[in-house]
Design a binder for this molecule. Structure first.
Ligand SMILES: *Cc1c(COP(=O)(O)O)cnc(C)c1O
Length: 418
């Protein structure tokens, strides 16, 4: 037998063992990082397929390499499904991930030094929306808007006055740690007033948008970017939707502007995810993601946790731990030991440093994908509280860890172990 034909378990037992252990971890813990999920077995099969062997610089029917008969069909299938799903005029599925998708938007519409606007990281925005440590904050004149102190909602009056003052070329609407509905139309009004391109980044919520659980920016924003692996539940990747008039600029920015050959296996995974997202089961999942987040927010609020913005409309809950005298990092690490995996996160107007902020961010997509409903979410809220009452108590962590594993066996994680 050729070495190249050996299964991973024989060719590289050490690595195979690491994958097995990660599989066990993802199956026996509560994965509550809001950007994570379980891709289906079908998505994983496509994303790990021989399509990864092909080089296909260019776009379908306009390639720089031969042998694209099948690849062209794969990419066209992914594009037509995504178009139908979101009602988009033009779709590009080649961005390697969410960040490169956003960079393509800058390249399509801006020159270095141009003013751009986005939600600040500390208020729930993404690094690529102009944060200082990101290339998007270094190469452009970045202006950040925030949320209101009173209700933690995006302050559209501030967005408007900053836009009038700085005349941005590009305005980002979209979030990574924000529990509320985004008012796309209000952003459209401001963008029109100052002649800016409006980009909606729905990386976190694209699965909710498809299912009608969050209003869609398609048809309102000039361009819409998304990851494909968060609530959308596809392979790791990115996609861009835009109005027909911007199709050429976006395509040129992705290739040859920023990238070489597309990841064809990821493209295939996106096609499968788009097929799955069009089913009634997916709509039911997205509905339950939001319902579960509401149950979690309410239960934690009743236990005395400060819930940022007072609740949630989407898949995540931002918990301010200040009333409990626990820091975000201590809490996240204690919960991790108990098998509850989230992340520490700044809360709006946080007085602590980003590396040990006041909050934690918890999401329901992965738990919902494994079949959790309201009853399980109440149990999860109880466990979180039991651990955080005394985050140094390792006996409680060990007990909760065992109880978590027991509940997980009742709700097998989909898609794992291939
Ligand atoms: C996750 C995310 C991204 C970046 O996606 P990567 O795939 O991690 O590069 C961009 N924008 C928002 C709003 C996100 O939440």
């Amino acid at each position: 037998m050729l070495l190249a034909d050996l299964p991973l378990s024989e060719r590289d037992p050490a690595l195979a063992n690491l994958i097995r252990r990660e599989n066990d971890l993802e199956s026996s813990t509560l994965r509550m990082i809001p950007s994570e999920n379980y891709a289906s077995r079908a998505v994983q099969e496509a994303a790990g397929s021989v399509l990864a062997n092909k080089y296909s610089e260019g776009y379908a029917r306009k390639r720089y390499y031969e042998g694209q008969q099948i690849i062209d069909e794969v990419e066209e299938l992914a594009i037509s499904r995504v178009k139908a799903l979101f009602g988009a005029e033009h779709v590009n599925v080649q961005p390697y991930s969410g960040s490169p998708a956003n960079l393509a938007v800058y390249l399509a519409f801006c020159n270095a030094g141009d003013p751009i606007m986005g939600l600040s990281l500390s208020a729930g925005g993404h690094l690529t929306h102009g944060h200082g440590v990101s290339i998007t904050g270094k190469y452009f004149k970045s202006v950040s808007y925030g949320v209101r102190r009173s209700d933690h909602r995006i302050d559209m009056d501030e967005v408007r006055s900053l836009a009038m003052e700085h005349k941005p070329k590009l305005i980002w609407a979209g979030t990574t740690a924000y529990p509320r509905i985004i008012d796309w139309a209000a952003f459209r009004v401001v963008a029109d007033e100052v002649g800016a391109i409006l980009a909606a980044d729905i990386s976190h919520i694209s699965g909710l948008v498809v299912a009608g659980e969050h209003p869609s920016p398609v048809g309102i924003a000039d361009v819409v970017t998304s990851t494909t692996h968060k609530t959308f539940r596809g392979p790791r990747g990115g996609m861009i939707m835009c109005k027909a008039q911007y199709a050429a600029a976006i395509d040129k920015a992705v290739f040859p502007g920023l990238q070489g050959g597309p990841h064809n296996a990821a493209t295939a995974g996106i096609a499968v995810a788009a097929l799955e997202a069009a089913t009634p089961e997916f709509r039911q999942y997205a509905k339950q993601v939001v319902a579960n987040a509401k149950v979690l927010a309410t239960a934690l609020g009743e236990k005395g946790y400060a819930i940022v913005s007072g609740g949630t409309d989407n898949h995540l809950v931002l918990v301010d731990l200040t009333p409990k005298n626990v820091t975000g990092k201590v809490a996240a690490k204690a919960l991790d030991k108990a098998g509850i995996v989230g992340n520490y996160n700044a809360v709006p107007f946080d007085t602590r440093k980003p590396f040990d902020p006041s909050g934690i961010r918890l999401g329901t997509p992965a738990l919902t994908s494994r079949g959790f409903g309201p009853e399980e979410m109440l149990q999860v809220a109880n466990w979180i509280d039991e651990v955080l009452i005394d985050p140094a108590n390792e006996a409680v962590q060990a007990r909760v860890r065992a109880e978590v594993a027991a509940l997980c066996t009742k709700h097998p994680a989909p898609g794992l172990a291939i």
